[in-house]
Design a protein around this ligand. Sequence first.
Ligand SMILES: [Zn+2]
Length: 62
Amino acid sequence: MDWLEEVMIQCPQCGEEFAIQIETAVDGTVELIEDCAVCCRPALVRVKTSRGEVMGIDVEAA
Ligand SMILES: [Zn+2]
């Protein structure tokens, strides 16, 4: 079973969209820092997961 989900997020710094991979094996909120694929600045990503699915994503400048 593959618990990695690929989702698109929008960079809070430059507004570009890029894909990240999220571990969805744990129910709850996962926090991770992702560097933007376009401008390389960090973004704080909060992902709500439930039963291996992404329920919601929040992105803010880190
Ligand atoms: Zn960016």
